[in-house]
Write a protein that binds this ligand. Structure first.
Ligand code: 2U9
Length: 345
């Protein structure tokens, strides 16, 4: 057979060669690519071809070699991967339960914050958020803090230089509610959860930041009775339906009259124990009717509208619900502490 015919014939064979197993693949390699294989023989034959045909035939053999090697490589890949997966299929019991993936838990403060948010959402409150770096107006002046009020003192507030303008880390989320009042019209029913900052030495009972939820309701004819009933509903949702409340007079610049809310002790149900210091009551939040000066600052007419407001520390509520006695635990990221709070929220 003429060499050109031979090359074509081997080309056809290579194309049609059926490779179904590792053994087929090895036979294919030996037959065409091996040291005594057909391609080697073709190169041998090429030596005795006339010089003027050498170039053309050489190219044909090179082309065939590439096609043969490509076929070999692609079948090699296929056979390797299919044998691997069939091996692993045999090695694995697919009916076994999957390996346990350890689930994280929400932070206890987030659990309690979310629970409180849901309680107020159910009675028509929305949620508002705002900046943690505030100006004097939203953190103090609009909330009826006089210029000389001690809360503005360096010892209580973290001040920040911002060019010519002095800013502060907000000391309460009431500043968010000032913004809500400025940007919307009554009726307003909003709660503002968020982190707040106070310039305090860190101890078991104090931290330089903590979390608040403040509430604000402004409409026509909002009364102290509305405040009391809202807080009774809240206290019973958080601490159980047998919970009793009492209000004690207090003072805040932004509310008048102001009060503090106690709930019957969740440990002894009011009988007296060391948690409530034998009083039967636990203080949980501050509240009051929004001071007319605060309404005026936000351009809401106090002759037409009235409102109530309240504020609570999420750490305090969490401490009472889960008996956490050291505030530092909330920010130390100790997994032994954090893992204990698996919850729906
Ligand atoms: C506006 C007007 C009034 C929110 C209120 C309190 C009382 C209060 C403290 C509880 C513990 C802060 O986390 S705490 O240290 N808060 O006692 N907060 S009334 O009054 C407002 C809010 C917004 C516009």
């Amino acid at each position: 057979m003429e060499l050109k015919e031979k090359i074509k014939e081997i080309g056809r064979e290579v194309k049609e060669y059926s490779i179904k197993s590792k053994e087929d693949l090895e036979s294919f390699r030996i037959k065409y690519l091996g040291s005594k294989g057909n391609l080697k023989a073709l190169y041998q034959d090429l030596k005795s071809v006339n010089n003027d045909l050498k170039r053309e035939f050489g190219q044909l053999i090179n082309q065939l070699k590439i096609e043969t090697e490509t076929k070999f490589d692609s079948f090699k890949g296929e056979i390797n991967s299919s044998s691997k997966s069939s091996e692993s299929k045999q090695g694995i019991d697919l009916s076994r339960p999957a390996a346990d993936t350890p689930l994280g838990a929400r932070h206890p403060l987030a659990v309690v914050r979310n629970e409180i948010i849901e309680i107020f959402k159910r009675i028509g409150f929305n949620v508002s958020e705002g900046p943690e770096i505030e100006d004097d107006w939203h953190n103090f002046s609009a909330l009826n803090f006089p210029p000389e009020h001690p809360a503005r003192d360096m010892q209580d507030t973290f001040f920040i230089e911002n060019g010519a303008r002095e800013m502060a880390l907000r000391t309460h989320t009431s500043s968010v509610q000032v913004r809500v009042m400025e940007n919307s019209k009554p009726p307003i029913r909003t709660i503002s959860p968020g982190r707040v900052y106070r310039n305090e030495a860190i101890s078991a009972r104090a931290h330089c930041f903590f979390h608040q939820i403040e509430g604000l309701y402004i409409d026509k004819d909002v009364s102290f009775a509305d405040l009391k009933q809202t807080l009774l509903y809240f206290a019973r949702e958080v601490f159980g339906e047998k919970t009793e409340i009492r209000l004690r007079p207090s003072y805040f610049p932004f509310t008048e009259p102001s009060a503090e809310l106690d709930v019957s002790c969740t440990i002894c149900n009011g009988k007296g124990c060391n948690v409530c210091k034998y009083t039967g009551w636990l203080e949980i939040l501050g509240c009051g009717m929004v001071d007319p000066n605060v309404l005026i600052a936000a351009e809401i007419d106090p002759e037409v509208y009235s409102g109530f407001a309240f504020g609570m520390g999420v750490e305090r509520i969490t401490q009472l619900k889960y008996r956490v006695n050291d505030l530092r635990l909330y920010s130390e990221n100790d997994l032994r502490f954090l893992k204990q709070f698996k919850s729906a929220y």
